[in-house]
Design a protein around this ligand. Structure first.
Ligand code: ATP
Length: 303
């Protein structure tokens, strides 16, 4: 796989704030690469540098064969960008919007093909002001594709959408992935990264803490199951049950991480019975990317 994006030792500060702190990675052609992290982690700054909208203080940046230190202007025709907030002309229809933006490029895709790709054919003749939040976001993704780019940047495309709208945007991104485009995605939603991305970088305070396939990240960092439940008494003794690696208590719910699921589970029920406690609403789940983030940073992603 040839590299479409390559950055080395990328660094950017705003005054005293080091927004991006010496990060390096490469992304291959056709790959969906995700950067996940909380607000202020440095994701948008990284994307803006890769998109040619900001200049790095230090580091090498190559995107779609363009050396960003030399030839930033050439980039325009090779990439597509969906920004966190896209301003649409309210009194243009969805189709007209794509035609107007398409007209800015020598080579552009037909509006109707793009509307089909983002599942908006039925809204082609509606003014953009009539579109729902999710539909507007899908139109913003179509706008990012109008010049048939090699690399598409999506910056938190599903933030603020309800679960249903988020899912329909996931369908669109999955379709896009199947067309073989290189997709660069930032998100707060671990589930989104797990579902859509071939590889994920976990970013916090300007640094990439881990980078791998989602399944590998979970396997390397966790190899654990999580038992979650509520209990009507002292939860502390559960932390010392056989097999328990770590215990977290949050909002009255206990989470036990274990590498010996059966032993720990039996232990929970035996211990509760012995102490006359009621264990309720018990779930067992595999470790997720959210757990990986928690383990790497000690925080939940949306605290
Ligand atoms: P979010 O999820 O909120 O978009 P992010 O991970 O994209 O966050 P950035 O927007 O890159 O993070 O911000 C990284 C850090 O840089 C934050 O501390 C932020 O406050 C700061 N920052 C971002 N843009 C600017 C700016 N134009 N001027 C000053 N500081 C900035």
């Amino acid at each position: 796989m040839s590299d479409v994006v390559a950055i080395r030792d990328l660094t950017k500060s705003y005054g005293d704030v080091r927004a991006v702190d010496g990060i390096s990675f490469t992304v291959g052609a056709g790959e969906v690469f995700g950067l996940v992290g909380p607000n202020g982690a440095g994701k948008t700054t990284t994307w803006e540098i890769l998109e040619g909208l900001r200049q790095a203080d230090r580091g090498e940046v190559f995107v779609a064969g363009v050396d960003m230190r030399k030839d930033r202007r050439k980039l325009h025709e090779r990439i597509g960008v969906q920004l966190q907030a896209t301003a649409l002309f309210e009194r243009l229809t969805a189709r007209e919007t794509l035609e107007v933006f398409g007209g800015m490029y020598p080579k552009h895709l037909p509006a109707d093909d793009l509307l089909k790709l983002v599942n908006l054919e039925e809204k082609a003749d509606d003014w953009t002001e009539k579109l729902s939040g999710g539909q507007k976001q899908r139109l913003a993704v179509a706008l990012a594709l109008v010049n048939d780019p090699d690399v598409v940047f999506l910056d938190e495309p599903t933030t603020g959408l309800d679960p249903q709208a988020r899912r329909s945007l996931w369908d669109v991104i999955a379709k896009l992935r199947d067309t073989g485009k290189t997709i660069m995605l930032t998100t707060h939603y671990m589930e989104e990264a797990e579902r859509l991305c071939h590889r994920v970088g976990v970013m916090d305070h300007g640094k990439i803490l881990a980078l791998d396939e989602p399944g590998e990240l979970i396997r390397k960092l966790q190899q654990r199951d999580a038992i979650e439940f509520a209990v009507d008494g002292d939860s502390k003794p559960f932390g010392t049950l056989p097999g328990v690696d770590e215990m977290r208590v949050e909002d009255g719910r206990v989470t036990l991480y274990t590498r010996e699921l059966e032993r720990t589970l039996t232990g929970v029920f035996d211990d509760a019975r012995r102490r006359g406690l009621l264990v309720e609403d018990l779930h067992v789940r595999n470790a997720s990317l959210e757990d990986v983030f928690l383990q790497l940073t000690g925080r939940r992603i949306r605290e």
